[in-house]
Design a protein around this ligand. Structure first.
Ligand code: PAP
Length: 330
């Protein structure tokens, strides 16, 4: 593992993960984006490697222990995970008097990457010490795992899930840049044509993109009180209203007094692209993964600067066909 000593089962991780190796070595395999390979498991492409990977996703299915009061933030990579983590953390913890390291009482979002504040379940299973003390409620976790592959008690317990979806054209461009920053230099850079080809065939981490979205969308239509389905674009166009709805859904509604004090607007500002990207300009989330890799443009429609019109039309065509009747628009 590449995380700080003591946080993960550093010496145990290879041993721990070894037991999952036999489960996937015969699965269909494709070239990876960030990692060497992608493996097909339960209908989706998972990354190779030790971190967010096929091994840790299977380990989470086997070993992660959900609690009914947990809140899960589910996304495909590059759909707004970092932003959603910050917003939900800020909403749920807004009345805490922060005492990080006993000295600083300011909000952790002003100096900690949101990815550290809301851990992934796939990483939690290889952590030496659990993130949350016993009795802490609610626990906030995130995941890129498709709905049908989640550790089953997340669904059985009726845990609340917030899913954020994003226009696939912008997801593709964002993922393309992310992958080229993180992949091993010996593999060379991906071209946008190669990335488009793979993405449109569904071969991307967590993909097929459209299947990932459909799984959570259908579940949210069946169970709207437990699964909230958001889009990055709608969050961008009316963040305050979305923050209000998020707080209602999570069971942390804003009081009239908070509304009149402008607390919702404060949260929007604290979690803005400008604020978070400034806080995370330096340092690493884990070795080899700089904090700033999660902040690029933060815009809707940036794809027009990188994809041809024809590529955009092909992706839109697939989206219209796949999302027909699901009431998803960007
Ligand atoms: P992850 O799934 O790997 O954690 P994720 O946070 O979903 O990544 O995606 C990063 C995208 O969200 C980037 O988009 P871009 O490449 O199109 O620019 C990043 O800029 C954007 N992003 C990060 N923080 C914010 C924010 N506070 N507001 C809006 N967009 C943001």
């Amino acid at each position: 593992m590449t995380e700080e000593d003591g946080d993960y089962r550093l010496h145990d991780v290879p041993l721990f993960l070894d037991r999952y190796k036999d489960r996937f070595t015969t699965f269909p395999k494709e070239k990876g984006w960030m990692t060497d390979d992608l493996y097909m498991y339960q209908g989706f492409w998972f990354q190779s490697g030790n971190g967010l990977s096929i091994m840790t996703a299977i380990a989470a299915q086997d070993q992660f222990k959900p609690l009914p009061s947990d809140i899960y933030l589910a996304t495909l990579q590059k759909c707004g995970t970092t932003w959603l983590k910050a917003l939900v953390f800020a909403i749920v913890n807004r009345n805490h008097n922060y005492q990080i390291n006993g000295s600083d009482s300011s909000n952790p979002l002003l100096f900690i990457n949101p990815h550290k504040l809301v851990p992934d379940i796939e990483i939690e299973v290889i952590r030496m010490n659990p993130t949350y003390a016993e009795g802490h409620s609610p626990r906030l976790f995130s995941t890129h795992t498709p709905y049908t592959s989640l550790p089953e008690n997340i669904v059985n317990f009726g845990c609340r899930i917030v899913y954020m979806c994003r226009d696939p054209k912008d997801v593709l461009v964002s993922l393309f840049y992310f992958a080229n920053k993180l992949r091993d230099t010996s593999r060379g850079l991906m071209t946008i044509e190669e990335a488009f080809e793979m993405f449109s065939k569904g071969i991307s981490p967590g993909g097929p993109y459209w299947e990932h979205m459909k799984g959570y969308r259908k579940a949210s239509l069946e169970n709207p009180s437990k699964i909230l389905f958001l889009t990055y674009e709608n969050m961008k166009s009316d963040t305050v209203n979305n923050v209000k709805n998020l707080a209602d859904f999570l069971g942390y509604p804003f009081t009239e007094e908070e509304k009149s004090r402008g607390v919702m607007e404060e949260i929007v500002s604290l979690c803005s692209f400008e604020k978070l990207s400034a806080v995370n300009k330096h340092g690493d989330l884990v070795l080899g993964m700089p904090n700033n890799v999660f902040f690029r443009e933060g815009k809707v429609g940036d794809w027009t600067n990188y994809l041809t019109l024809e590529m955009g039309q092909i992706l839109d065509h697939i989206t219209n066909k796949e999302f027909h009747g699901l009431d998803i628009s960007f």
